[in-house]
Each structure stands twice: as C-alpha cells, then as structure tokens.
Design a protein around this ligand. Structure first.
Ligand SMILES: C[S@@+](CC[C@H](N)C(=O)[O-])C[C@H]1O[C@@H](n2cnc3c(N)ncnc32)[C@H](O)[C@@H]1O
Length: 397
C-alpha cells in the first residue's frame, strides 16, 4: 500500500463528490497525503441503459439497487492493490451506527476505506454479506444522524471531511484539532478574533490576559455551560455527573484499584512498547502502602470503581499521577474531572502541578493540554515519557 491513506467512493453521481477537489482535502490529494478515487457505479453495468436498480422483492415503494454492479465495483477496487490489503467498506445508511468524532478518529487510522453510496431505497442487502463473507472486507453501516437524505453521497462527503482532517499532514496546525467539539465529549468554547471591541461588544477580558492557565479554565467552564445548554444529553456521563462520588481511597478500595490499574496501564504500556512499569509490575502491597505516602482518590459510580488519581507534594510542586478511567468510560470528561479534583485538593503552598505522560496515549496528551499543561523544559525525567507542568493560579485553590 502507498503511504497515503486511500479512499474509494462509488456512486451513481460522481459529480456530487466534486467538492473533494477543493480546500483542505483537495490540497491533501494534491500533496499526496490522501489518495482519493471516485467511481461511477454505472461503469459496472452491462446493459444499454446502464441500469443499477430494480423493483423490491416483497413489494413496497421505490426501487432497490441491484447487487451485480456493486459486486463488480468492489472487485475493481480490490484489484487496484496487489499487496493483499483490503479496504474497510463503509455503507452510509440511516439504519447504521451514528457517525461520531471517535469513529472519525478510528477510521483516520485505517489505510484504506471504500464508500458505497446508495440511492433509492438502498442497496440489495446481499452486497454487504458478499463483501464481508466472500471478499473478506470489514463492513460498517454508518449513519449521519437520525434523518433520511436521498443518497449516500452527502454522507460520504461529511465523513470524508471529518476523517481526512485527522490524517497526519492534512491540517497544518494540529493543535487546532485538540480543542474541538466532541474531542472529549464536550462542545467547543466560544471563539473570538480581532477587533477587540466590535459593534460595542468586547472580547471576554480573560482572553486578553496572557494567563494560559486562566484561559484554559475559562474555556473549560464555557465548554461545560455550552454543552449543558445545547446538548445536555452529552453531559450525564461527563463532568457534570452528580452520581459520581470521589473520595480518598481506603485500604478496602485497594483490591479493585489494583485491578483497575492493570486494566488501564496494559494498553498504554503496550502502545509505548514498555510493559516493565510499576503500574503493571508492582505487588498489591506496594499499592496499599502508597495510600500512606500519597493522596489517592477513587471515583465510584453506583458502587463501581470507575477511576482514580493520586498526588504527592515535592517542594512547591504537586505531582499528579496514576490518573485512570475504566477503559469503557473513556472520552467522557471523567479524566478531566478527576484531574481538577486533584488540583483543587493541593495544599496552599503548591505553586505548580506536574504530570508525566506516556507518549503512547494521544488521548491523555490531549486531555492534559486542554487542562493547561505544557511540556517542561529540559530532558524528560524518565526517558521516553513527557514531563508536563502547569502553574497554579488563584482559582485552582
Ligand atoms: C432514501 S435513502 C434510503 C433509506 C432506506 N430506505 C431506509 O429507510 O433506511 C437512500 C440512501 O441515502 C443514504 N442515506 C439516507 N439517509 C442517510 C443517513 N442518515 N446517513 C447516511 N446515509 C443516508 C443511504 O446511502 C441510502 O441508501
């Protein structure tokens, strides 16, 4: 396979996909970061009228897309690569799983995607079965949302837009991706540009302060308020969840904490290529003893241990570590909630917060960055890990 991510789109309206020549995606194609091909389904028909549809078995309104042109289009796409690689087939459809930012991130990591854009009442169901069972493709039916549009092209456009901007090299300023809506389950904060006062309306003062920690805190408050106002459905599992109890750990929490620590660190350690780390190798007795030397908090929901964090003082620095969230609950703002709890609990003599992040977890780095942490200067304290610091501001107490 070439280095660039490859995307093939099959449609009866290839012109509908012309916007993929424009803007960021057009540039990514021109730069060779993205290899995108649009195919006309009618090129895989053999009759004079280039027929792609027929009446539905069982009766009912509308027409259904015939399987044969679809199967031939897939054969053609597969034949474009002789390395044995296969595309992940995306079938846009209102009956699919709802497309999310998390899905876009996952799909952006895949080397080859193919989109089958249906029209009419959709594509004969056997095409998906054939792709999965006979061609060995991974097949996903994905919906833009709970409404019906007339064809899969607009869905493919939206998904390709969301996926392509996450492919390394497509967006110049990767930082802008970290702050966006849905990246950690919350909506983005309001944004402003020059002039400072426009039409009698001033930009919020904090944004002019130059105080990065204060700006990060203000933005987080805005994200929460905006999410609560516009998308309260996103909040329950997130920061505002009242049912989550956070308290200092006791020896009775240790057996479950031991298990959660292993569950959380194996993935990160595996990604970083180092399994020989204390979070994985330490015996339960060491974890128990750490309750005396650190402040360790546990988060429980309906009795279940879902997260933990700990902190200890070193001079005027509050070293925060072992921030963990049960793997099935990640991406909902709980990590941020626990991190803020640890920061708020720091003694008054603390001037800065410090964290060490593994390079293997992009999600953790995103979280710390959004919380106002920046890379420390100098060599990392542990090779391969990243030292992060944040100055304390008065509002953190
Ligand atoms: C009129 S729709 C067919 C709807 C189908 N009869 C149903 O009720 O599920 C025609 C095509 O538009 C696309 N489409 C419609 N709504 C969509 C949505 N919410 N998300 C993704 N694709 C959609 C699909 O490609 C679908 O095959």
């Amino acid at each position: 396979m070439p280095e660039a991510q490859r995307i093939d789109i099959v449609s009866i309206f290839p012109d509908y996909l012309a916007p993929l020549d424009l803007s960021l995606i057009g540039k990514a194609r021109a730069d060779g970061v993205l290899e995108l091909h649009v195919h006309d389904l009618r090129d895989f028909t053999h009759d004079r009228h280039r027929t792609v549809d027929d009446t539905p078995y069982g009766g009912g309104a509308g027409m259904v897309m015939r399987p044969q042109p679809w199967a031939e289009s897939l054969d053609y796409i597969l034949a474009q690569d002789d390395s044995g690689a296969k595309p992940h087939l995306i079938v846009p459809g209102p009956g699919g799983a709802r497309f999310t930012q998390a899905m876009a991130r996952e799909l952006a990591r895949q080397p080859w995607l193919a989109f089958a854009c249906g029209r009419y009442e959709g594509i004969d169901e056997r095409v998906q079965d054939h792709a999965r069972d006979d061609l060995g493709l991974e097949v996903s039916v994905i919906s833009l949302g709970d409404y019906v549009v007339s064809g899969g092209e607009v869905a493919a456009l939206a998904m390709v837009e969301a996926i392509a901007r996450l492919i390394p090299g497509v967006i110049g300023n990767v930082e802008s991706l970290l702050e966006e809506s849905h990246e950690d389950g919350l909506l983005e904060y309001p944004v402003y540009t020059k002039p400072r006062v426009w039409n009698g309306r001033a930009v919020p003062e904090v944004l002019l302060s130059g105080n990065h920690a204060a700006i990060a805190a203000w933005r987080q408050e805005q994200r929460l308020a905006r999410t609560a106002a516009r998308r309260p459905d996103l909040l329950p599992a997130s920061h505002g969840d009242q049912q989550i109890e956070i308290r200092l750990a006791t020896p009775g929490d240790v057996p479950e904490l031991f298990t959660l620590t292993r569950a959380c660190w194996v993935r990160e350690a595996d990604a970083g290529g180092i399994l020989d780390i204390p979070a994985i190798t330490e015996p339960i007795e060491t974890l128990l003893a750490s309750l005396d030397t650190t402040r360790t908090w546990v988060a429980r929901k309906a009795g279940r241990l879902i997260g933990s964090v700990r902190a200890e003082r070193g001079g005027d620095t509050w070293h925060i570590s072992r921030l963990m969230i049960a793997p099935d609950l990640r991406g909902r703002g709980l990590g941020r909630h626990l991190l803020e709890h640890a920061e708020r609990s720091a003694p008054s003599c603390i001037r800065q917060f410090a964290l060490v992040a593994g390079g293997g977890s992009e999600a953790n780095l995103r979280l710390f960055k959004r919380a106002g942490y920046r890379r420390g200067l100098g060599e990392p304290s542990v090779p391969g890990l990243i030292d992060l610091i944040k100055r304390r501001r008065s509002g953190d107490q």
